[in-house]
Design a protein around this ligand. Structure first.
Ligand code: G
Ligand code: G
Ligand code: MN
Ligand code: NA
Length: 253
């Protein structure tokens, strides 16, 4: 069986699930949102992490359809959680194929209308490399998405090949500092310098910045001291099922 067939089967049989990882403001430390992260509850192989299938999935014909399901499911979830946290935002990772298959802004607009989620509550995550080809169609879609009012975040920021001039031309609202810079930030002055530079860029361009992969109090202290406004990472919470998210993070918010 081809992987594409296996994906189709899994999709029809509802084997994909979304887990959610909480995001917090640093000062005061408060739940502000979540990132949706896919999991595959495979009948034989158990709960699969996206590391084992996301790269291949992203190149298969099913990617746009699964991407749309991810988007709609995450929007639906956010509507519910905004009853507890009124300014809650939901981050959704996009597949590059979603930009090349149909009209992404219409797909997003429809997901918002159908679920009743306000555009400001949705943040779409893209990687810098999506913009390497500098194609006008992608740029137009990103502008249309921003015009809807949804947030656009550069995921894994600082690790791609994109130039700084992209920040000038693309309507990005938030930079997500890649966790490889956060990992040794409190012991490696060069990683700390990269983070300072990203924070400075964010401020200069009027973008928000969130640090990913925060695992220790020392990393968190340093980020707060540098005025990094938002954080995400194992120190605050791993990606969990919606039930656990409600129990562990929403109940306390
Ligand atoms: O959860 P983590 O192991 O959960 O995710 C591993 C990788 O898979 C990350 O690079 C992440 O961006 C990607 N990923 C996880 N969930 C999704 C998703 O729903 N859509 C897309 N496009 N990528 C995802
Ligand atoms: O590429 P993206 O940033 O979307 O992927 C998020 C990935 O990072 C997921 O695999 C998620 O499980 C993982 N992750 C989230 N928080 C941490 C953390 O604190 N440490 C590490 N090592 N990985 C993390
Ligand atoms: Mn992400
Ligand atoms: Na990331």
């Amino acid at each position: 069986r081809s992987f594409e067939k296996e994906l189709k089967r899994a999709f029809i049989q509802n084997e994909f699930e979304l887990f959610y990882q909480p995001q917090f403001s640093t000062d005061p430390r408060r739940l502000t949102g979540a990132e949706a992260l896919i999991r595959w509850r495979h009948p034989d192989r158990g709960l699969l992490s996206p590391i084992s299938f996301i790269d291949i999935l992203s190149h298969k014909p099913s990617a746009p359809e699964i991407g749309e399901w991810i988007l709609r499911t995450a929007c639906q979830q956010a509507v519910k959680w905004r009853k507890n946290v009124p300014d809650f935002t939901m981050g959704v990772n996009l597949f590059e194929a979603q930009f090349r298959n149909g009209d992404l802004p219409s797909v997003v607009e429809k997901a918002l209308t159908d679920t009743g989620l306000p555009a400001v509550a949705l943040e779409l995550e893209i990687v810098e490399n999506i913009l390497l080809h500098d194609d006008l169609n992608t740029l137009r879609m990103l502008k249309d998405l921003r015009a809807l009012g949804v947030g656009l975040a550069f995921d894994d920021y600082g690790t791609g090949f994109a130039s700084l001039s992209l920040l000038k031309r693309f309507p990005v609202s938030r930079l997500k500092i890649d966790r490889t810079f956060v990992r040794d930030a409190d012991i490696d002055p060069e990683d700390e310098a990269v983070i300072r530079a990203i924070l400075f860029l964010g401020r200069s361009f009027g973008m928000e910045v969130i640090a990913e992969g925060v695992e220790t109090e020392a990393q968190f202290r340093l980020l707060r001291q540098m005025d990094c406004h938002h954080v995400q990472g194992y120190l605050f919470g791993k990606p969990v099922s919606p039930e656990l998210f409600e129990q562990d993070f929403l109940a306390a918010a």
